[in-house]
Design a protein around this ligand. Sequence first.
Ligand code: ZN
Length: 389
Amino acid sequence: MITKSDIRELANFHSPEGCGVTFYYQPTAPPNRSHRDEAILVKDLVNNALREAEKKGTNLKSVQPDLQRILELADALRSNGRKGKAIFACSALGFWREFDLPSRLPKSNLLLNQRFHLKPLAAVFDGMQHACVALVDRTKARVFEITDGVIVEKLDFINELSRRGRSDGWGGYDAGHVERRVMNETLQHFKVVSDAITSHFQSGGCDKLLIGCHDDIWSEFEPQLHSYVRQRLVGHFRADPKLATEREVYQSAMELLQLHDDDRKQAMITDVIGEAHRNGRGAIGLRRVLRSLEAGEVQTLMIASTFNAPGVKCYHCGHMDYHIAPACVMCGKPNTELEDLGDAIVGHAIRHGLELVYIGDDEQFDKVGRIAALLRFRADQSTPAKVAV
Ligand SMILES: [Zn+2]
């Protein structure tokens, strides 16, 4: 599986000759294509890429070995368990990276350029979840981990103390005393569960927590969560740890994660538009976002899955522009035409360690140009810095 450091490496790749090969394979649905059809599709992509490269005057000798290797892989793609694939290659620089991906890519595609095309990866990354799910009741707890579509049960424990407490307390003389003891033991159990969740969190690198329990348990259990994990709490759903199946836990957790994600993005859209309108820390639309990126103001880049805008990039000074001109307006060196500036913008965001948020279909976001940025500061408003310069 591809990691964030892989993505950073890919974003930093540069082939001045334009020999960087980006290949994405997205399995078609329904799966009724034969292996032969798949091979034809890849062959078409390779031929198109070669034609484009010839038009641009790219040195074909240095891209042919990579394209040949991709053609040879075509047969194996179909039998890859309905997974997507991404290949980033440049034989001239001895570079070949191959990744299996969840099949969430926009389409199969093959491109040659100075940089790799990383926008489709942003969609894959955005959908990835690494969450911890704990089911809790007064005597039992189970802890699960969800990593990119797969759920695994990690812990399953019963609080032996409270079980014993109940049985030997039954013949007892003081009902109030027994009740108090059971309450204390329940609290003790919740604390043990909370500790287990915390240590699981710290070792596993989960970034979100969900709790499954009955409503009456929630109010008792929630205060026992350590503040470290409470900050990562997405919410709770109704579940019985004694009865819930792994599949049920997965479905409830994914629904809640999706809702949480949608809410978060909706709030960000409202926020960025509000900030932009009051001339605050928000930039909306391609022109403003490009300006903010170059001024180093951007904290979070928001880009729609449907964003697409042709433009140019100067690989000498890094300037990106939606005005298609042969020479860079900043440094006068020749520009490279790009089919979609989105790839260059996503690459820039990854190289500079900006937070990247992918927005699905959203009418409000469409209206502001399908691209926006939350800013750390506004260069035109930070007067002390300007005076210092
Ligand atoms: Zn330039």
